[in-house]
Design a protein. Sequence first.
Length: 171
Amino acid sequence: MMRVLMALSASVLVAACSHNPPPVQDAEIVRPVSSTTLMTRYSVSVEAALPDLRVSREEASSFRSDGRGETVTFVYLENLPAGVTDLSDAHGSESRTLMVGMQPMRDGEGRITYDIHLAFQDDVHARPFGLEESPRLVVAEGETATVHLGQEAGDIYSRLVIDLTSHTVSH
């Protein structure tokens, strides 16, 4: 009887050890969370002298991003006379909201690349200031990148200035 129990126990043990394990799932790639972020300070200002109208607006603040270029932060300059972004409309009464997008990206060599996106809130395909391409600036981390856009026709003018400075901060 003892041999039967031992044989039975051995066969149960062999059966338990020889079962097919569940399939191994593919390992998930986990990227380490960066302990630093990119702090960007900005100033966006518009100044214009149109017939019978002077315009001056400024927005300044800061934002944090991962520095991989995946974050675009927008500033909205609301109710600007259309002539501010196109002097051919200097006598018009229409107003528009200008969106200024800032997209910083670290390159790993101490430089920051800024892609600047300009569009109107009601028509993202229109070309503010007649731009055909979006400005792209590259500066050393900590230095200020500046975009100057302007139009002038005698005493009538408009200017857009964007200043950006980024540096790495720890969480």
